[in-house]
Design a protein around this ligand. Structure first.
Ligand SMILES: [Zn+2]
Length: 567
């Protein structure tokens, strides 16, 4: 264990390593270790996010990355004359940010694919794909994600035709921005392990077809697997390079932690290897990918709690419904813009309960993805029953997204101690069309942060990257304004649901830490906790709200080591 941490120091420390170092022989190699000194960060505006929301101007931490004391700069400069000084020039310091629902592995994969977010038309997509194709070898599929037909002049789902014309031979497989639909060319559809034509539909999914029963190129939810299971895997070299990019992006935006919802053992192993070789500048709180093999393994072997403090797995991610954009979210009544369609439950309430119990019996936490009001009610019902049966389970169960609720279900979150793991930028991405889907009544309980907070629920905030952008400043901005970055709509979209800056920051720090059972270690700057912190170029609590998205992270520190810049 000791060796692992020393290796991490070697790769990550920058400021600390510039200082006096000794060399310690750890057996087969020598690695530098920092001097046993202490570091005094000063000339800072520190928001500690402790229980009293106190502020400080100086913070002392040791070379092991443990915070020793916070307080007044003048007093502490006097009290610790020998500490190495880190003058941050009056800048703002906050605890390291934690994204409570961000797909790190998914981000790496998406960075290995064509990025189609923000494309303005189908022609625009094809242009980007041609650019991306230059990096591929002959056997590679052309993969991409991020398209959204709502951004295009023609808002209907596209067909394979545009892709077939440009790429007649190479399979093309493009996931929609929400990950709940995919657009394919005929070369990709032909790879499906089953003939996609006819009039049948797969369970929990939908194949778009023309009048003669031929698939037209878009597969929704459960239908996607028919093609997806034949997509060749990413090469180890491309994966490592993409993870470098993903981690670099995280730390450059002030993220020192992420809850990675839904990974398997293979990914866990990739993370672990990177930790061992000192290439993992963040903390990951991982959730299993459903109630299958990964959960079985976790139950058998016990929770993952790596010595490095950078990798945990003690949670299971389950799904009950799809997304609102593709009308896959399960609603209690029909979609306002499509009668006869109320979305899809992926499984019955009883089946969900069985999966939940499978995790609870092993002492694990459960996070259920639920978007529609029927999805959320089913998840709450199932969790309520399961919690009653396993009172010894430590709880802190979560509903991931908790996007559309009802007046009667909102109070149940706090009553049952269920954390709402929500993504503020989902509201500002969806606000252009969410009311069309939901109508004027249901929309009042959509993205209902204020209602949940007022009812006593705890919100753990995140981005759902790569579905949304990684930058947590965009989430904090959305939380306090409910506007897009152009300031639309004036006054905010259903502004009664806004949060305060303090609440938003808590959601990205201490409350996110709580949702991952890590509030004693990280999430606030207090003596005894890890020195995970971020230096910002402006005061996030004071700048005009419209400046929040452009706040820059100047430095990111993890375990008392600077991981950005100069990773
Ligand atoms: Zn997600």
């Amino acid at each position: 264990m000791k060796k692992r941490i020393l290796l991490a120091v070697y790769f990550f420390c920058v400021a600390a390593c510039d200082l006096e170092q000794t060399t310690q022989n750890t057996g087969n190699q020598s690695v530098p270790v920092p001097s046993a000194g202490e570091y005094l960060l000063h000339n800072a505006q520190i928001y500690t996010l402790d229980a009293d929301s106190s502020t400080s101007t100086a913070m002392l931490f040791d070379s092991r990355g443990v915070i020793k004391e916070l307080g007044d700069e003048t007093i502490m400069l006097d009290a610790y004359p020998d500490a190495t000084r880190l003058d941050v020039d009056g800048k703002t310091v906050i605890p390291g940010l934690i994204d409570s629902h961000g797909h790190l592995y998914g981000l790496a994969i998406s960075l290995s694919q064509a990025q189609l977010q923000g494309t303005q038309s189908k022609q625009d997509v094809v242009r980007k794909l041609r650019e991306h194709e230059r990096n591929l070898s002959a056997d590679d599929w052309l993969l991409g994600r991020g398209w959204d037909q709502n951004d295009w002049p023609v808002k209907e789902f596209p067909s394979s035709k545009q892709l077939d014309d440009a790429f007649p031979d190479r399979p093309v497989w493009l996931r929609r921005i929400d990950g709940h639909a995919a657009w394919a060319n005929q070369a990709a559809l032909a790879m499906a392990d089953k003939d996609l034509s006819g009039d049948w539909q797969p369970k929990g999914g939908f194949i778009h077809r023309d009048s003669s029963g031929q698939p037209t190129g878009v597969l929704v939810d459960g239908a996607m697997a028919l093609v997806e299971k034949t997509v060749p895997g990413i090469s180890p070299e491309l994966l490592q390079a993409s993870l470098d990019l993903a981690l670099q992006r995280m730390v450059s935006l002030g993220l020192t932690g992420v809850h990675d919802p839904g990974i398997n053992r293979e990914v866990l192993e990739v993370y672990r290897q990177r930790i061992e070789t000192g290439r993992f500048p963040t903390r990951v709180y991982a959730m299993t990918d459903g109630a299958g093999a990964t959960l079985d393994w976790l139950c058998e072997n016990g929770v993952v709690d790596d010595d490095s403090g950078r990798l945990y797995m003690r949670s299971t991610k389950l799904y009950i419904d799809g997304a609102l954009g593709s009308r896959g979210a399960a609603l209690l009544a029909d979609y306002a813009d499509e009668s006869g369609n109320s979305g899809l439950l992926f499984m019955s309430a009883r089946e969900l309960e069985i999966s939940i119990e499978k995790a609870l019996v092993c002492g694990l936490q459960v996070g259920v993805h639920a978007i529609g009001d029927r999805g959320n009610r089913t998840a709450l019902d199932a969790l309520e029953n399961a919690i009653r049966r396993y009172p010894e389970n430590p709880g802190r169960h979560r509903i991931e997204h908790a996007q559309v609720s009802t007046a009667e279900d909102v109070p149940r979150f706090s009553q049952l101690g269920i954390i709402a793991a929500m993504q503020p930028t989902h509201a500002t991405s969806d606000m252009y069309w969410a009311e069309q889907r939901l109508g004027p009544e249901r929309v009042l309980f959509a993205y209902a942060w204020r209602a949940l907070l007022d009812a006593g629920a705890r919100l753990a905030l995140g981005s759902d990257f790569p579905v949304e952008e990684v930058n947590p400043m965009l989430g904090i901005y959305a939380s306090v304004t409910r506007q897009d970055t152009k300031g639309w709509p004036q006054g905010g979209w259903y502004p009664q649901q806004r949060m305060s800056r303090q609440e938003a920051l808590r959601g990205f720090t201490i409350d996110a830490a709580y949702a991952g059972f890590m509030e004693d270690v990280v999430g606030s700057l207090e003596p005894g906790k890890r020195a995970d912190f971020v230096v910002l170029d402006r005061d996030i609590m004071q700048v005009p709200a419209n400046e929040i998205p452009t706040i820059k992270v100047l430095q990111t520190w993890l375990d008392g080591e600077r991981v950005y810049p100069n990773l």
